[in-house]
Design a protein around this ligand. Structure first.
Ligand code: PEP
Ligand code: MN
Length: 355
């Protein structure tokens, strides 16, 4: 990491970038309110930091010792003046700011009527972002794969329903992008692009999504360690896209016998990631537990752990849903979750301010 002096000129910054390119590395430039910080992307073991430290306009040059440098707390605190944290803005919605964010909607988009009715319900409940899967990752080829699997036209039509519902009820929209070929189409319609648990390791997808320069909701793989998760998030950040929302959605359960939940909700990941990075951390109790009767308590627990918000699968008639009906709650139940989550968020914030 190279920290420029507050008074560094553009020419001095350009000169540092030129030097970085000389060593075959990429420069990641972040302009803070008070100074510019330049991160190195690539194999920095070849770099003589002492050489960079004496270039004109440079305040200091040093190595960040983690594999996730560009999203690390250390890097971010140089250019995020407000508590060293990133606040992602989508219109009036802020993610990682003072207000918690709630993303809700069906597991899969099934029809225009379904999306519109759910959107109306979740808006009333207090959600700010509408979700709905179009390219669904499924364990079996024999189950419903989402409208995206029917054909390109159906995929685009389903995306247009999401957009229409988002616009009508003044909410941002998010959907999962499962493969590189889907990136352009999805980016045309949504405000946030979701990378699902099964694609956490797909470097090419991470790069293509990163290049769209839209906020990304990035889910932890169910078998990934935290360091691994953050190291792969770096692929998005290295494309000059730091609007990344990291999402804990449960990891594989251990041991024999029944675990009673779909995955194990790793709530300690939330404060750990918050300490390690400057990015907002969201929690998904729906996929973590797989049980509607646990959504309320685990939502409260995730907020107490410091989550910036929640993603919750919601349907006006859960039994009707073609996918994940066992974990869906109704918009009315969502309203109760949001009320409780908001008050816990406030409590956590005020307790932290007193620290
Ligand atoms: C989803 O949110 O639609 C989803 C499939 O979640 P995950 O990738 O966490 O399984
Ligand atoms: Mn689902």
């Amino acid at each position: 990491m190279i920290v420029m002096k507050a008074e560094a000129t553009k020419a001095e910054i350009d000169n540092v970038v030129k030097e970085i390119h000389k060593y075959g590395l990429k420069a990641d430039i972040s302009h803070g309110e008070f100074r510019t910080v330049i991160g190195l992307v690539g194999d920095e073991t070849k770099i003589p930091f002492s050489h960079f430290a004496v270039l004109p306009g440079v305040k200091e040059a040093f190595m960040i010792e983690t594999p996730y440098k560009l999203i690390s707390k250390e890097y971010g605190k140089q250019f995020h003046e407000v508590a060293g944290r990133r606040v992602i803005k989508i219109g009036d919605i802020t993610i990682g700011g003072d207000e918690p964010v709630f993303i809700a909607g069906p597991c899969a988009v099934e029809s225009r009527q379904q999306v519109m009715r759910i959107a109306e319900g979740i808006k009333k409940a207090g959600a700010q972002v509408l979700r709905g899967g179009i390219f669904k990752p499924r364990s079996s080829v024999h189950s419903f794969q989402g409208l995206g699997a029917v054909g390109w036209e159906q995929a685009e039509e389903a995306l247009s329903w999401l957009r229409e519902a988002g616009d009508k009820y003044d909410m941002a929209v998010i959907t999962e992008v499962r493969g590189e070929t889907q990136v352009d189409l999805v980016a045309k319609y949504v405000d946030i692009m979701q990378i699902g648990t099964r694609n956490m390791y797909d470097q090419d997808l991470l790069v293509s999504v990163g290049r769209k320069h839209k906020p990304v909701l990035y889910k932890r793989h169910f078998g990934a360690g935290i360091e691994e998760f953050l190291s792969f998030a770096e692929y998005i950040a290295a494309e000059d896209n730091k609007d990344i929302i990291l999402c804990e959605r449960g990891i594989l359960p251990l041991g024999k016998g029944k675990n009673f939940t779909r995955y194990t909700f790793d709530l300690s990941a939330i404060p750990v990631i918050e300490k390690e990075t400057y990015l907002p951390v969201l929690a998904d109790p729906s996929h973590a537990t797989g049980r509607r009767d646990l959504i309320f308590s685990m939502s409260c627990a995730a907020m107490a752990a410091g989550a910036c918000g929640l993603m919750i699968e919601t349907h006006y008639n859960p039994a009707e849903s073609l996918v994940d009906s066992q974990q869906m709650i109704t918009p009315e139940e969502l309203g109760e979750v949001i009320t409780a989550a908001r008050s816990i968020h406030k409590l956590v914030a005020s307790a932290r301010n007193k620290e």
